[in-house]
Design a protein around this ligand. Structure first.
Ligand code: SF4
Ligand code: SF4
Length: 113
């Protein structure tokens, strides 16, 4: 079994709807003051040549993310993973998540320091 520091979060942002539930779930779990938190949902707007714009949501953990150690110690999933209704966040051993990353594009793998 992998050690705790060998775990990470895989985020398949192709299926992220930008609902901000992960950000809110983390804030509620850890009572973060406004503007702080373990994950931020970034909105990336790309201008297209035909005067249209393409919006992508990219949820990204911050330095404050503790990978929900108090929850995972009890066998629970991280709060953000539990509440993501799109099911686009996965918590697990880095090696397994890295293998998943090879299967499709538009994914980010986050590992705490
Ligand atoms: S894993 Fe836990 S601490 Fe990290 S962003 Fe998700 S809810 Fe916050
Ligand atoms: S909860 Fe899931 S779908 Fe909603 S913003 Fe976060 S990663 Fe995206």
């Amino acid at each position: 079994m992998a050690k705790k520091h060998e775990y990470g979060l895989l985020i398949d942002y192709e299926y992220c709807t930008g609902c901000y539930t992960c950000q809110i779930a983390c804030a509620q779990e850890y009572q973060w003051p406004a503007g702080m938190g373990g994950i931020r949902v970034n909105e990336i707007v790309q201008q297209l040549p035909n005067d249209k714009a393409y919006l992508t949501y990219l949820p990204f953990p911050t330095e404050l993310c503790v990978l929900c150690k108090p929850r995972t110690k009890k066998g629970l999933k991280p709060a953000c993973v539990t509440h993501c209704m799109s099911g686009c966040m996965t918590y697990g051993p880095i090696e397994e998540l890295a293998k998943e990353m090879t299967k499709k594009p538009r994914m980010v793998l986050w590992v705490p320091k």
